[in-house]
Design a binder for this molecule. Structure first.
Ligand code: SAH
Ligand code: ZN
Ligand code: ZN
Ligand code: ZN
Ligand code: ZN
Length: 513
């Protein structure tokens, strides 16, 4: 069963400390950039190499950029493999069959028809996750169908659709209202007039709602997301079916032009990109994609603006800081903890639950970003940024050093601040969790990259999560059977979505499965 694809999801997480672990799969860039990567239903594939014991195997292979799990997209091809004409043709036909049944234009037409109907005739099939026109009711009569879909509901698709959760890399974690509202207020305070939402459907929706309710704050938003279900609710200029791991627009050139026009409007003035990629995803391909979007924005600049950067919010866990800053040296990490609705474990600290590890990485000067004092954030005049309540300024490091929201302690031997749970180990000659195993700690943890523990004992995963793991695995097997839409691109056709409520309640995971 073991294939070079196994372990794909672990690829970059272990790398967060900028170190290469002992085994896993890493993304590499082709030696000859003129050789186009083969295509899977999700656009150009990426080139990977399997790494074991710190060494790269020599044979590299192409696999899907979007799906970490073979069950969602099983594309596999050795780099040096030659395919017969017949196999290439079969693959092409397969890729075509996997595309969404409707174009964005057709979706728009359906939407316009639907809103013309009286309330009682506006229906939504929960099983197919699809808005229904009257002549389609019959086909769904055995499904669970919601009636009386109001305009308000149509404007909040992230509440009508259930979050996708069957795929490791594409699981949807929707912002909690508190965090979403904070972001919208912040964007408007900072004076942005356009927001390119990459993988942020709920933020997109709240921006659109705010704009329609208040003529003064007329921020425009364009959503780029792989979740095709959203195409039912938006016009062509506000949604593009998109893969952020390879910068692929499923609707081709027309969609790419929508994005370009959006970025280049007003010579690129007043636009920001906000991305909240799946955390199981790879940092490097994301960075490559973001650089392409930045380049697209730059093309629209007049010469004298050439030093400017496209403002970006990249929302990601704090332990990816060094990795992200490697690609974007001008970024800094804010202390603000981003909360999610459907993530039971990472809600705001004040509720007594575990604090969220998710932060905002940005190239906007942090002093301009005022964090809510009512949630305990305060301004540190020395660091010139807002920090969380317990993040104390260390006079030795000359900075507010906490990354996780807890008070960190300065270690004079390590000459830096460390997590409160750590002690200095004279054998390893650095700080680590008490009870760590001193030998074999060279590889670091797959989840947070730190030395001294392994993935299974990572402090970044709570105990309850670990306890749930066995249960979850079992359920995962079941839900994997219920193959879903975005990978196949057939969101509006799929048929097997039962036990939705139970699954929603389930404890989700960001990184480890
Ligand atoms: N917090 C955000 C949602 C983040 S979840 C919000 O509330 O708006 C991650 C999002 O990225 C999901 O919407 C998911 O559909 C999308 N996504 C996952 N894989 C993707 C890919 N390869 N390309 C583009 N979008 C992707
Ligand atoms: Zn694929
Ligand atoms: Zn210190
Ligand atoms: Zn120490
Ligand atoms: Zn030790």
């Amino acid at each position: 069963m073991a294939s070079p694809r196994d372990g794909l999801e672990a690829v970059e997480t272990k790398d967060s400390a900028g170190r290469r672990g002992s085994s896993g799969v890493e993304v590499v860039f082709p030696s000859d950039p003129d050789v186009p990567a083969p295509l899977c239903p999700h656009g150009p594939t990426l080139l990977f190499v399997k790494v074991s014991q710190g060494k790269e195997e020599t044979r590299r292979f192409y696999a899907c950029s979007a799906c970490r799990d073979r069950k969602d997209c099983n594309f596999f091809q050795w780099e040096d493999e030659k395919l017969s004409e017949a196999r290439l043709a079969a693959r092409e036909a397969y890729n075509r069959r996997c595309q969404p049944p409707l174009s964005q234009r057709q979706c728009v037409e359906r939407y316009l028809k639907l809103i013309e109907l009286p309330l009682t005739q506006r229906k939504f099939c929960q099983r197919c996750q699809q808005l229904l026109l009257p002549d389609e009711w019959e086909r769904h009569h055995e499904h669970q169908v919601m009636g009386d879909i109001s305009i308000t509901q149509l404007r909040r698709p992230s509440q009508l659709l259930y979050p996708l959760e069957n795929k490791k890399a594409n699981a949807q974690y929707l912002f909690a209202d508190r965090s979403c509202q904070f972001l919208v207020d912040l964007l408007s305070t900072l004076g942005f007039r356009r927001v390119l939402c990459v993988g942020t459907p709920r933020l997109h929706e709240l921006i659109m709602l705010t704009a329609s309710g208040d003529k003064k704050s007329n921020i425009k938003s364009l959503l780029l997301d792989i979740d095709f279900r959203y195409s039912q609710f938006y016009m062509e200029d506000s949604f593009c079916h998109y893969n952020m791991f390879n910068h692929h627009f499923f609707d081709g050139k027309a969609a790419l032009e929508v994005c370009r026009t959006f970025l280049q409007e007003d010579e690129g003035e007043g636009v920001i990109m906000v991305a909240d990629p799946p955390f199981g995803g790879l940092v490097e391909p994301l960075a490559v994609t973001f650089k392409k979007l930045i380049a697209m924005w730059k093309e629209g600049q007049s010469q004298d603006d050439s030093h400017k950067e496209l403002p970006i919010f990249w929302i990601f866990p704090y332990f990816f800081e060094s990795r992200i800053c490697q690609f974007f040296p001008s970024f800094c990490m804010l202390d603000y903890q981003v909360d999610y609705d459907n993530h039971a474990l990472y809600k705001h600290g004040k509720t007594g639950r575990k604090q969220s590890p998710v932060r905002i990485f940005t190239n906007i000067p942090p002093k301009k970003i005022i964090l809510p004092t009512e949630e305990g954030y305060r301004f540190c005049p020395l660091c010139q940024r807002y920090v969380s309540l317990e993040n104390q300024h260390c006079e030795h490091c000359n900075s507010c050093t906490s990354k996780d929201g807890r008070k960190w302690n300065h270690c004079f031997l390590c000459k830096k601040c460390v997590k409160p749970s750590w002690i200095h180990c004279s054998i390893c000659s650095h700080c680590a969790l008490p009870g760590h195993s001193c030998e074999g700690s060279k590889d670091g943890c797959f989840i947070c990259g730190e030395l001294g523990h392994k993935r299974s004992t990572c402090p970044n995963i709570s105990t309850s999560k670990r306890a749930n793991k066995a249960v979850r695995k079992q359920k995962q097997r079941k839900s994997n059977k219920m193959k879903m839409e975005t990978t196949k691109g057939q969101s509006m056709n799929h048929t097997s979505v039962t036990r939705k409520k139970k699954r929603r309640k389930r404890v989700h995971q960001y990184l480890c499965s």
